[in-house]
Design a protein around this ligand. Structure first.
Ligand code: ADP
Ligand code: MG
Length: 398
């Protein structure tokens, strides 16, 4: 995808003295007193902000935080704690500006943080009048907020339509590059792991990937529904019997392309869903009526690991078992290790997937870890995200 890159504009000397508006994702978790409990997103946004300051721009930064009601300021919606933390990271004061839509005072070399953009009336609905006012504040618009790239809002879409220049910040550009490398021009074989609890939440992803990948590895509750589709018994395991047809359609679509959905050959079962439940390894054909399948078995894990070691590209979303319980974590751990050891370019995303990556300490061995959450899943669904679409359109002269 061809978009204008903010770091290129900086390198070309086009940023000095310009008014730069950065839409960042500073939506951090906070405790009841407003204290920031986890600041990854603020730290991740620093390179873009620093690049703008170093290039001599007058820098405005904004983000949403939580779910405020538009037009109704409440103290808990304020970006004040974010301004303080950002100031520490930048080693300079970051003034917070409220009621900023009609004009912002900021000089080259200075930075201001503009209060929670979801307080502005019309933000969520991408109101054109608001978007035009935002665009009028700036010479160069920079979107560096991948987490909201799947939403067309005034600070993610409308402003990009009307700003003199609209560009992608380094975080957004890195996501675009990783996704292009994994899905648009992948090294083959391309292997996807789509696992987790429910087929229903990932059906569109399964269907979309079934048209692209060479192996579609299913796991978790999703694998249980695919086992049903393959005619296997799964006892009391989590599954969605009403989606058996859909699972069969995915298997068929893959087969028609000469690709495959590997069905587990063995599983780890329990009689209750509990961390201390006794774990029993069984062949996939031996599952009893009162069994719960909570993980893929060791033979299956090894077969899948071998495929991952041979892959050219790996896309991972979803743990293949209840990895929160150690007795049922082996499958997910084996997959994680195989991804880490593979020479393939890998991308991973999803809330629980990120937790598994952290649990097994493979952060540095995954090619790209998406922090996008919903935006990442929409990419896997084959959608073009609105924020990408408008930046590409502007780059093409539209
Ligand atoms: P992600 O957040 O990475 O997209 P999901 O939310 O779809 O992943 O799924 C993760 C959840 O699925 C985990 O909490 C895990 O315990 C659960 N899970 C995995 N395998 C099973 C299984 N066999 N039975 C029940 N739950 C499972
Ligand atoms: Mg989840």
């Amino acid at each position: 995808m061809n978009v204008l890159r903010f770091t290129d504009l900086c390198a070309q000397g086009k940023v000095a003295g310009q008014r730069v508006f950065i839409r960042a994702d500073l939506n951090v978790p906070q405790d009841d007193t407003g204290r920031i409990t986890e600041d990854t997103r603020i730290r991740a946004s620093v390179p873009c902000i620093r690049a703008a300051l170093d290039a001599g721009a007058a820098v405005m930064v904004t983000s949403h935080l939580g779910r405020p009601t538009e037009g109704q300021f409440k103290p808990e919606d304020s970006l004040a704690p974010v301004a303080a933390r950002l100031g520490e990271l930048l080693g300079r004061e970051v003034p917070l500006v409220a009621d900023w839509v009609d004009g912002v005072q900021v000089a080259p070399g200075q930075i201001v943080l503009l209060e929670n953009c979801r307080l502005n009336k019309g933000e969520k609905k991408n109101d054109e009048a608001l978007a035009r006012k935002l665009a009028a504040l700036t010479d160069i618009y920079v979107n560096d907020a991948f987490g909201t790239a799947h939403r067309a809002e005034a600070t993610t879409y409308g402003i990009a339509q009307f700003a003199k220049v609209a560009s992608a910040g380094p975080l957004l550009a890195a996501e675009i590059d990783a996704i292009t490398k994994a899905l648009a021009q992948p090294q083959r074989p391309l292997v996807a792991i789509v696992a987790g609890s429910k087929v229903s939440t990932k059906l569109t992803i399964l269907k979309s990937l079934a048209e692209k990948v060479d192996q579609l590895i299913v796991g978790g509750g999703i694998a249980n529904t695919f086992m049903l589709a393959a005619g296997l018994k799964i006892g009391k395991s989590l599954a969605e019997p009403d989606l058996i047809d859909q699972a069969q359609a995915v298997i068929e679509a893959m087969r028609a392309r000469g690709a495959a959905v590997p069905i587990p050959v063995d599983v780890v079962t329990a009689k209750t869903f509990a961390a201390d439940a006794a774990a029993t390894v069984k062949d996939a054909s031996d599952v009893a009526d009162d069994d719960l399948i909570l993980d893929i078995g060791p033979k299956t894990a090894e077969l899948l690991a071998a495929q991952l070691r041979e892959a050219g590209t790996i896309v991972w979303n979803g743990p293949v078992g209840v990895f929160e319980f150690d007795a049922f974590a082996n499958g997910t751990k084996t997959i994680a290790r195989a991804i880490a050891d593979s020479r393939a370019f890998s991308i991973a995303g999803g809330g629980d997937t990120l937790a598994a990556i952290a649990k097994y300490g493979i952060e540095d061995q995954v090619g790209y870890i998406s922090t996008g959450g919903g935006a990442f899943l929409e990419i896997l669904e084959g959608k073009t995200l609105p924020a990408f679409e408008i930046l590409a359109k502007r780059a093409a002269g539209g």
